[in-house]
Design a protein around this ligand. Structure first.
Ligand code: FDA
Length: 308
């Protein structure tokens, strides 16, 4: 299983296969299990449908590691359009942004100014920008940038980030972010990391996830518990029950197309649920990470393709 996970993560970085897949119609069809569509309009349509089921949304315009300033600005433009459309259509949605898509690896100042502009735009509508967390080489810079933007006048509460339970450093990061009042999405972590920075064993990641969830739920800030793991969800509910934490003080988050049954169940039980909805032509690395999480998805998707 660990071998398959590594294989899919390696494939997620394969440029040739990426170019080929993203241009082929079969590839695009395959990706539709986890990706809302290729265009902004597809994402907005899905967001509206998800809202109708009583769930909030976070929209992700797919793409990472841009190679030019112009590309970073083009990626940012899509997010500005999304923020306008969310407000105009009164959708219950925010946006999720990757700093490498905003040029972080080219010029940190560029990525910071783009992220700040997006946050200012979101704040003008009372909306929110979530900065996704990428691999561990970017954890420190991401947290520092989010903290600086959050500290700017008028931007408090308009930007948040993600903490990965597989990293040893995460408890300390949470303490710092929470003391600033910054909203956190807690996830297990989707990248391949060495044992020097991350728990190699799933059992340890899960134990850390449960511990960190407790810290988040007890803090006065509204956080997101992002997982499809029924054990993590049960532990969250049990902690909240035991500590009399109202269900309105946090939200569960899941990915579009993953465990839709569980998403609906949680809404029915009265929990806040947000669905992460990715869209766009650059779906390949995202899709491969989803296969890495659950290699059985390959068979699942193949079966559905044959049926259609
Ligand atoms: P785990 O991987 O242990 O899976 C538990 C169970 O969930 C599986 O047995 C299966 O039933 C189901 N499941 C999980 N993944 C599935 C899949 N792809 N398809 C079908 N079923 C699946 N990571 C990151 O590094 N940076 C980030 O910014 C984010 N952002 C983010 C946002 C949101 C809303 C979510 C839900 C997740 C992320 N992630 C992320 C990804 C996260 O780190 C992690 O890789 C996945 O959520 C899988 O971990 P689980 O907690 O679901 O548990």
């Amino acid at each position: 299983m660990a071998l398959l996970r590594s294989a899919f993560i390696a494939l997620s970085r394969n440029r040739r296969l990426r170019r080929f897949s993203e241009r082929s119609s079969i590839g695009t069809k395959l990706s539709s299990r986890f990706v809302a569509g290729m265009e902004i309009e597809d994402a907005l349509r899905v967001a509206e449908a998800v809202n109708k089921q009583g769930m909030a949304v976070s929209l992700d315009s797919l793409g990472e590691s841009v190679t030019s300033e112009a590309e970073a600005h083009r990626a940012a433009d899509i997010y500005h359009k999304l923020l306008d459309a969310i407000a105009a259509r009164k959708l219950n949605a925010n946006v999720s942004v990757k700093l490498t898509q905003m040029g972080l690896e080219l010029d940190r100042g560029l990525a910071e100014s783009i992220a700040q502009n997006l946050t200012e735009h979101a704040a003008s509508f009372g909306n929110f920008v979530r900065i996704d967390m990428e691999d561990s080489s970017l954890t420190q810079v991401t947290i520092e940038m989010v903290r600086r933007i959050h500290a700017r006048p008028g931007l408090s509460g308009a930007i948040g980030t993600v903490i990965q339970a597989y990293l040893y450093r995460s408890e300390a990061d949470i303490a710092q972010l929470v003391s600033d009042g910054i909203r956190i999405r807690l996830c297990k972590g989707a990248y391949k990391e060495p044992a020097s920075v991350a728990f190699p064993k799933k059992a340890d990641v899960d134990a850390n996830y449960v511990r960190l969830t407790g810290i988040l739920l007890e803090s006065p800030v509204y956080h997101g518990i992002a997982t499809h793991d029924v054990n993590m969800i049960a532990a969250t509910k049990a902690f909240a029950r035991e500590h009399k934490i109202d269900a309105g003080r946090y939200e569960f988050q899941m990915l579009y197309g993953v465990r839709r049954d569980l998403q609906r169940d949680l809404v029915r039980e009265g929990f806040n649920m947000r669905v992460y909805v990715p869209f766009g032509r650059e779906w390949y690395p995202y899709f491969m990470r989803r296969l890495a999480e659950r290699p059985a998805n390959v068979f699942f998707i193949a079966k559905n393709m044959l049926r259609n």
